[in-house]
Design a protein around this ligand. Structure first.
Ligand code: CMP
Length: 143
């Protein structure tokens, strides 16, 4: 059994819509274990740092403005095959393309405001988790 970690962020639209509880319920029901979680509002600079790989893309300004527009809920999730399984649980980036039963299909408005972020690879999961949480904040048993 190979445990993996992924970083998830419940985005400001998720918080604004009062969906934090419902989305965490779905995440836990799907077998993910919470290793770390907090609520925080990113500064514009922090959002730009987190999404630095997208710098230069046409949606970069919109994305970083949105991500710093209100509180979000970053969390580290652990599960076998966590990265791939979490992306399946949330669905495609564009909610219009997200499969039925996925979180984005159920709750997201558009490609930019799409409720939740998930790491796109195991390597990025580690890097992204480190952007938000230090080792001390990763609890041993969050089931
Ligand atoms: P996320 O998984 O957080 O990683 C990058 C984000 O950029 C992505 O989710 C989308 O919310 C956002 N994004 C990608 N493409 C577009 C787009 N064409 N317009 C606006 N936002 C986008």
């Amino acid at each position: 059994m190979h445990m993996e970690r992924t970083l998830a962020i419940l985005k400001p639209d998720c918080v604004r819509k009062g969906l934090v509880g419902e989305v965490i319920r779905r995440i836990q029901e799907a077998g993910f274990v919470l290793r770390a979680l907090r609520m925080q509002q990113l500064t514009r600079e922090e959002a730009e740092g987190f999404y630095a790989v997208h710098k230069g893309r046409p949606f970069f300004d919109e994305l970083t403005k949105f991500m710093s527009s209100g509180p979000c809920v970053p969390m580290v999730l652990e599960k076998e095959n966590a990265v791939e399984d979490f992306r399946a649980l949330i669905g495609a980036t564009d909610p219009a393309e997200a499969a039925e039963g996925t979180i984005r299909h159920a709750f997201a408005d558009n490609k930019g405001q799409n409720i939740v972020h998930g790491s796109d690879s195991v390597a990025n999961g580690t890097i992204e988790a480190g952007y938000f949480f230090c080792e001390r904040e990763l609890v041993a048993n969050g089931a």
